[in-house]
Design a protein around this ligand. Structure first.
Ligand SMILES: Cc1cc2nc3c(=O)[nH]c(=O)nc-3n(C[C@H](O)[C@H](O)[C@H](O)COP(=O)(O)OP(=O)(O)OC[C@H]3O[C@@H](n4cnc5c(N)ncnc54)[C@H](O)[C@@H]3O)c2cc1C
Length: 497
């Protein structure tokens, strides 16, 4: 087999797939190398009891005609190949704090009006909040397809205001603050660390519109792979890259664990940056750079409960649920006895019995330290303690859900769970981190990692660079692809789609 390509891309999550299709569209001969047996990374699905479950991505924002992801997806050729299902525009996110429920409505105006109906005395704070969100969106040149100086420093589009500083400046109303911050599961927020721009980009995205991929997130990966292959690209699974050879700060080839060697003119890594730099011989990257990356914190991992529901019993909810026991909505910051403090939950509809759910997925945070003792796979299977831990945690999650959704447990036929170890195994994410490197508003470097490296033809992208999630990774992929393309031509092409 010919192992010479223009570009080798490491990792087939959204970032790898998008870079491959953008570069393939411009005539580059691309090879995508994925260590797992299936492509997709966090887009992967699995089937249990005949039902499709998402391992990661479950909803996408700004996908309505004219909105930013709609343009990007059209440009990539994805809109024609996929079907999307809109979440309830009157309540795409349903926020539950203790026994109080709030709906988030789609569209900036509707969102503000709905908030105002709950907090009529907070008009000024709500207006100011909306302005802050819109401002972050307006300032970002990529989201607006504005002409950019090719030497533009991407990090300049992000301000280093802390999320809590921004929210505290708006109001002293703790309930309103909790409502605004309750979907922090989408970015694994930590009050003393998370920058406001991360919240603003993600909340602003979903406020515009919110959709599921019909049939599950893996359809997105399937569509990408068919596009990449039509462009003449190659997708290899079961190819774990374990080294990159280089000479005079130029990458030459990628060596895979099964003994293959892939040569290319340029290399893109979409895996965790700390893992990416380990692929090179010691000394290629300077010590301070390596140490800085190694010292950066990862976002927390997750514990996910996947539940098959009895037919025709539990109502399908056309919203994402964000449920916190108290106004302390920061689920990632917990004491062991408090776990789980807050959850994200969504159901999938039984198409044979419209209005009823056939499955539910419940996501909450979990520190890697809670499961690190079972990192060794053999040990994990030995004495049943890992399974017992998962059962005990599943029971705690069920108990929390039952408090707000009476009858949920009785409606559950079967269930199983994943922990940060699952993600560690399947995507190689260090500590099973959900979203890769955490952004820290107090650290300039922590806010944004440059795509270019000391190795002239080696670029890093994916969720740890810039912002995570489909929109964040799409932006990062555009920035990364533009290292070989004219950024302004590329933005014009996308905008014109
Ligand atoms: C539980 C959960 C829920 C989420 N929900 C949403 C959501 O609703 N909406 C949203 O927009 N985002 C969501 N996200 C985030 C989103 O899924 C990710 O930010 C995005 O998919 C990351 O894409 P990526 O390409 O950067 O990384 P990944 O998807 O992690 O892909 C990296 C790939 O690299 C491969 N790899 C690793 N090491 C090697 C190696 N040495 N050689 C070859 N291959 C390698 C991995 O196997 C993996 O396939 C969610 C994430 C999680 C975990």
């Amino acid at each position: 087999m010919d192992r010479k390509f223009d570009i080798v891309i490491i990792g087939s999550g959204f970032g790898g797939l998008m870079c491959a299709s953008v570069l393939g569209k411009h005539g580059f001969k691309v090879a995508l190398l994925e260590m797992a047996e299936s492509y997709g990374g966090n887009l992967q699905n699995f089937v249990r009891d005949g039902l499709v479950f998402n391992t990661g991505l479950h909803y996408i924002g700004a996908l309505e005609e004219g909105q930013v992801l709609n343009k990007i997806f059209k440009y990539l050729g994805l809109m024609d190949r996929l079907e999307f299902e809109m979440l309830d525009p009157e309540c795409f996110d349903r926020i539950i704090i203790a026994d109080r429920t709030y709906c988030c409505a789609s569209g900036f105006e509707n969102y503000a009006q709905r908030l105002l109906s709950y907090f009529p005395e907070e008009q000024e704070a709500i207006n100011n909040y909306m302005s802050l969100i819109r401002d972050v969106w307006a300032k970002n040149p990529f989201l607006n397809f504005r002409e950019i100086d090719p030497n533009f420093d991407y990090s300049m589009s992000f301000s280093n205001t802390g999320l809590m500083d921004a929210i505290n400046s708006l109001t002293t109303n703790e309930e309103l603050k909790a409502v605004l911050l309750s979907n922090n599961g989408l970015y694994a927020g930590v009050p003393g660390r998370t920058p406001f721009y991360v919240h603003a980009l993600i909340n602003g995205l979903f406020i515009q519109s919110a959709f599921n991929v019909k049939g599950g997130s893996a359809r997105l990966a399937d569509a990408f792979v068919s596009i990449i292959k039509e462009q003449g690209g190659s997708v290899f699974t079961g190819k774990k890259v374990q080294a990159i050879t280089s000479k005079d700060l130029k990458a030459i080839s990628a060596l895979t664990a099964d003994g293959d060697e892939f040569f290319a003119e340029a290399f893109y890594s979409t895996i965790h940056p700390a893992e990416a730099i380990k692929l090179f011989d010691k000394g290629v990257f300077r010590k301070p750079f390596v140490q800085r990356i190694e010292k950066m914190a990862n976002t927390i991992g997750s514990f996910v409960l996947y539940v098959t529901l009895r037919k025709g019993v539990f109502e399908h909810i056309k919203s994402n649920i964000y449920y916190s026991k108290t106004q302390d909505v920061w689920g990632a910051v917990y004491k062991p006895e408090e776990w789980p403090k807050s959850v994200m939950m969504y159901t999938t509809e039984d198409k044979g019995l419209p209005g009823f759910a056939e499955s539910a997925t419940i996501i909450t945070f979990m520190h890697y330290s809670e499961v690190a003792q079972w990192e060794d796979k053999q040990k994990r299977r030995q004495d049943g303690s890992y399974e017992a831990f998962k059962e005990e945690r599943s029971a705690r999650l069920f108990a929390m859900i039952e408090e707000r959704f009476k009858g949920f447990k009785a409606a559950s036929v079967s269930w199983f769970s994943s922990t940060p170890l699952t993600y560690f195994d399947y995507t190689g994410s260090p500590e099973g981190s959900m979203y890769g490197l955490a952004k820290d508003y107090k650290s300039g470097f922590g806010s944004y990692l440059p795509v270019t490296t000391r190795v002239s033809n080696f670029f890093i992208t994916g969720q740890s660079v810039g912002v995570h999630g489909v929109m964040g990774v799409a932006m990062n992929s555009i920035v990364a692809a533009s290292k070989l393309l004219d950024i302004n031509e590329l933005l014009k092409e996308i905008e014109g789609s």
